[in-house]
Structures are given as C-alpha cells and as structure tokens.
Design a protein around this ligand. Sequence first.
Ligand code: IVH
Length: 675
Amino acid sequence: MTNIICPQEEIAKLRQEIERHNHLYYIDAKPELSDFDFDRLLEQLLSLERQFPELVTPDSPSQRVGGTITREFPSVQHREPMLSLSNTYSLPDVEEFCNRVRKLLLLEGVQEQEMVAELKFDGVAVSLLYRDGLLVRGATRGDGRQGDDITANLKTIATIPLRIESALVADLQGEEREVEVRGEVFMRKDDFERLNESRPEEDRFANPRNATAGTLKLQDSAEVARRRMCFVAYYLKGLRDESTVHFSRLELLSRLGFFTGDHYRLCHAVEDINAFIEDWAAKRWQLPYETDGVVLKLNDVRFREKLGATAKSPRWAIAYKYPAQQARTVLNNVLFQVGRLGTITPVAELQPVLLAGSTVSRSTLHNFDEIERLNVMIHDRVIIEKSGEVIPKVVRTIPEERPADARPILAPTHCPSCGTSLVRPENEVSYYCPNEEQCPAQIKGRVLHFASRNAMDIQTLGDALVEQLVARGLIKGPADLYFLQEPQLEKLERMGTKSAQNILHALEKSRQKSYEHLLYALGIRHVGRATARELSQACPSIDTLRQASEEQLATIPDIGPVVARSIIDYFAKPTWPDTLEKLRTAGLPLSASEPREQVNRNFEGLSVLFTGGLERYDRQTASELVLERGGRVVGSVSKKTGMVVAGQDPGSKLQKALKLGVRVVTEDEFESMLS
Ligand code: IVH
C-alpha cells in the first residue's frame, strides 16, 4: 500500500484536477494533457479509491469509467413530456412562426418578443434529473412520456456534471429539491471516425447520430466510456424558476459546468434570426461535431405555457433544418468491389464534382436492391448528397435527362477478382464470392485488416505490397506473413534490402501485441475491437474460445446471437486448424495470460518526459516501453524529472529541462537505452 498522508485530501485534489482536465478537453477544446497522462491521473484516483473504498462518492469522476453491466434498461416516467420540434426548411416559415408568436403574445398584452437561436445538434435527446444537486437519473426520450433509464451510461459522459453546485440551484429546486436538465448526447466527428475504424467494415455506423444511439443502448458502460460521447445542455427546469428567461438559463447551465454549445444568440428581430441561420450555413462544417439546423425558442419562458403545444411539439419553438448538400453529376461507370468477407459492393464512378468543400468522384451504391430502388443506369445524370461527414450517396436520377446511350447496370455473375460464380443467399441484398480461401481480393482484404492500426498495427504493409504478396502466391492468409523470408521480399517491385528488413522488423514487433488485438485481427465477421475485448475477458485463450458453445457466447455482454453464430462458424472452417498451427508456430499471443516477453529494468525508478515527435515510436508505445522497464512517464518538467527525450520540434518543455539541468537525450539514445 502506498503511503498516503491524507487520502481524503489526495482524492479530492485528484478529482478536482480530473474534472478540470475534462472541462479543458471537452468544453474549452484546449487540452493540457495527453490522453495517456490523463489516464494516469484517473488510474491514480482509481487506485486510491480501491485502497479506501469508504471514500468513494457517487460524484467522483471514477464513477464515469463504467463497469456496470445492465441486462435491460428499466422504464421511467418523465416529469413532463419530452416534446419534439416542428421542422421547416424554409425561411418564410420561420418568419411566419415569429409572426404567429408575436400575435399570440399581443393578445396577452406583451409587445416585446425575443427569440434565442441555437444550433441544432444531431444526436440523441436525454433528460437528467438532479436531486439535491446530485445526478440521480438519466433517461432517453423514449416515446416522450416514458424513456429508458440509462443512468450508468450517461454517467460516463465527461460533460455531464455528476453534481451541480447547490448554492446556484437552491433557488430552483422547490419542494421536491429536483432540477431537470435536458439536452443532446452526441459524438464528435473525430471520435466517431476512431470508433468506426475499430469496427469491422460490415458493422460500421453510417453517421455519428446512429453511433450515439447505438452506444447509449450498450449494456457495458465501460465500453460506453471508451467511446467518449459528449452532451450539450439546452433546457433547465427547476420548480421555482418561472421568472428566468431562456438565455439566462443557458448561461446558468454553463456556470453549472454544462457545455451549452457556445454559439447561441439572442435575436430581437427576424433579420437577426436570418443572419444567424445564414452565418452558420457554411460555418457549421468547421465545428468538430455535426449540426443539422437552428432551433428558435421564445426567450421569455413565462409565456411558454400560454402558447401551449400540439400533441408533438411546442408552439414556442421551431427547428429550421439546413437542406442537405447536393450536387449534380454523371454516373460514368459501376465497379464491383470484393470485400474481405466476399461481399460484392457496387461502386459508382462519377464525373468529379465539388460537394461541401471536397471533390467527389466515387460513391457506394451499397447493393442491387439499392440500384433497383434508384432505377439508375450507367450514363444517367444523378443527384448526389452529403449530409454531415457521411460518404456521399446517390439519392436520385434525373429521368427526363436520361441520355440515349444509357445502359442498365447488370448484376455481376462472376467474381471480378477470381472469376468464381457469385451467389446471392435467399433474403439477402448482396452477392458473395464463395471462393473464400483462394479469392485474391478476399485474401488481400483479410491481410490488410490483420495489419490495420487497431489490429496488429503493421504499418509497413500497404495496399500495393499486399497485392504483390498475394498475386505471387507468397501468402494465402495473414498467418503466412510470419514465414516470409528476406530474399522473397527483396525480389518484389520497389523493394530494397532496407525496406525488406523494415517489414520483417515490423512483423517481429507485432508479435508483442495482445491476445485481444489478435482476436480482432482474425477478422471474424461482426467482431470489432470492443467485442474482441469482451471475448478476451470471457474466454482468456483461443482454446477456450473455440470450445465455447453458441449459448455460452451469447451470455457475454453485448454479444448477441448473430455474433455468437459468426464466432462458431469461424472456428468450424476447414482451414482453421491449419491457421491455428501457423499462429502458434509464429509465436503469436493465443491467450490473455501468456506472459509478454521478459524485458530489462533499465528505467527502474526513472521519470521520463517526452517532448516533440519521435520518428520510430508513437507516444503511447514509447511510454509503454518505459513503464515495462520500471520507469514512470510524466507530463511536466521539474528538477526531479529523471530524463527528457527530445524528438522533432520539441516544445517549451525542452527549454525548461535545459534550464533546470535535467538530462536530455535524443531518440537514438533513448532507443539504445531500451535494450
Ligand atoms: S429543444 C421542446 N434545442 O432536435 C423542445 N432540441 O427535432 C425540445 N435538438 O428532440 C428540444 N439541438 O433531440 C432543442 N438546441 C436544441 C437542439 C434540439 C438538437 C434535438 C432534440 C429534439 C429534436 C427535435
């Protein structure tokens, strides 16, 4: 046990520090710590709380990390119905809305009328209930009256305060001492991309909103925490707050620690509203999250009740939605791509056209049902659309402009890669190439997946190289990579001794990846990083996993019957025994408990700081190498810092280290210290 003088104080300090960095990261978008350093802070808190469990409180940031496995979500009743908004795509409609509100208010003798314009976040609406300042319940909108209690999942979101300061809310609480906050849970674009990258191609989310909805429904809140969702608050209701205006409520929310979107504006006239809408039409693309419109709300909340609501939406608010970005172009041709699981995907080759800031020349047509639905032909004039970050899609053709040389898109009969007859299973929308083991496109897809960043992370294995390795018959699957010899590689196009050695070195390094990474790398249908993690915990070796029954697999959190079936099918393949043998011979990690290669203790007791970019290691790997060897990695320089590793373009930390006389080494020196 560490010698802690006053655990309460230490814990309180850590909590404050962690929440401060959460705020800097999520709300101010000015992080001061790397993810790695942040995780270290959190780990210190978790470790202290493990030592002193009596000091754990429900508002500790450790409670965000998740760990609760819920089997189902209980239904809860909303205090007041969660209404939706009526939508419009037209500015005259917005003006009409303002006029309507003005007239109704005039009947009440009210002249002044102000609106608050907010951005419309594209996410999932939730309600949060605070009792005596403590977050006690978080729920989905559901049917508006009843939603699902997803408190454990919502607690993982760093921009949802677990406690709101009582002095500020005391006035609002009323007898039940409750305050309700509503808002939208959403995923930032970069976090969405990171999540999709960790999922198998067949299970990727189409957009951040779908990803958010899917994540909120997960049973394993630790996985929810990993996905780093965000929350924007746009509604605050206590029981005694009739006097406040919406604009001040937003400011109060912000003072309570909520993210309120920053970009709302008080509008006195329709012109202000139009200017806000126009201003954000283009600017919204630069935001790190997706917005799909502007919400207008009557500022004075006293009149909200007077104006009332229809069955679905209030009369005091309206949503203006931006039209999707569209462009017109010509469909020049259709190619058929073969995925790693044999799925054939039709891809439209388009006459390049500018759309929402980038040139588009390709777009997926998904499958033949989609082609039929669109009734699209080669050479057709088509409209393509981009909403948010989603890959552009063909939304319709312009039938009256169909040229005389238009020709139908014929369903492929044979695989474009290996020539095998294609199959289309009953009730499925796609064609498949059944030549799983020999089809070069499928082998290439599997190898590239195996080598990808989230899998075995073999960065030197690019598309062109894998193509050659497969075409020359040097590999028939990922496991064969580990038996490649230098002379074989040297004979490949654009390959010298040095590059061949780099590839072998990268393969060698990948052997140190974990069992969990290997499970993902195998490319089992529907098994993404998160599923691989669950599997590695439930079945800590490949032998226990392949012997697990379908029923046993289906009891693992977030693994449904479809995934369970797919795992069973994978291990039943006739080629599996041979693959397993090769993986074993190659010395890959086939169980979670397998000790990693013994390393030296060259960094014992040494605190190391990295500044600037390293050429051969990413930060995470470099830090792990130090930790494994007994060292510590720190985020700031002091006299006590043992050593600073200075890479390219080092920051001010190098200056400080030199001033304090801390030992500074180059990447080469660091590398030689490792062995
Ligand atoms: S106010 C009764 N404000 O859009 C009014 N909603 O299409 C409740 N949304 O259900 C909603 N950003 O999920 C409001 N700034 C914002 C919003 C917003 C996104 C969502 C919300 C709502 C839906 C209506």
